[in-house]
Design a protein. Structure first.
Length: 167
């Protein structure tokens, strides 16, 4: 699978994006595959070992993807939006597992930005200027970032090995 580089803003967006419906999760996964890896539905079907890409089209159109195919679909697309959607639907907060590394200034700025956006969304929501979906998305992003830093601090006493390849 080719690895195209996303702009930092788009990479941050996709890293924190949680779809609000199953249709959005599927459509956004396909959009990410196209944007980040230049993969069409036909190529995704091939990566998933479908005999015909029309079968994948039918499953995606009907939102009838087999549960055993979800991880293969996410792997082929390069993003786990269906898993995020299912976790959020069950009232769970999903975070990437931190390695216990020291946070840098960019990490702190991103955290501060997310918290400020969440507070701004709350203020706008309570004054009737923002919808519930946008407010929930901002709050979820902020809570996810804080949870990541919480786990990172907890793991800092025994960080994982940082494997580096030296030439």
């Amino acid at each position: 699978m080719s690895r195209n580089r996303l702009s930092p803003n788009r990479a941050r967006f996709w890293k924190r994006h949680v779809p609000t419906s199953l249709r959005a999760a599927v459509d956004d996964s396909l959009a990410y595959a196209l944007e980040a890896h230049n993969l069409s539905v036909e190529q995704i079907a091939e990566l998933m070992s479908y005999g015909s890409f029309w079968t994948l089209y039918k499953h995606l159109a009907d939102l009838n993807l087999k549960l055993t195919q979800v991880r293969a679909f996410e792997h082929a697309c390069g993003i786990d939006l269906l898993s995020r959607y299912f976790a959020a639907g069950a009232g769970r907060l999903v975070i990437d597992i931190p390695t216990g590394r020291a946070a840098n200034a960019e990490d702190m700025q991103a955290l501060q930005l997310n918290i400020n956006q969440a507070v701004g969304a709350l203020l706008a929501f309570y004054s009737g200027k923002e919808g519930a979906d946008a407010t929930l998305a901002a709050l979820t992003t902020s809570m996810t970032e804080l949870a990541w830093h919480r786990e990172n601090v907890r793991k800092s006493a025994s960080p994982e090995l940082q494997l580096e390849v030296t030439p």
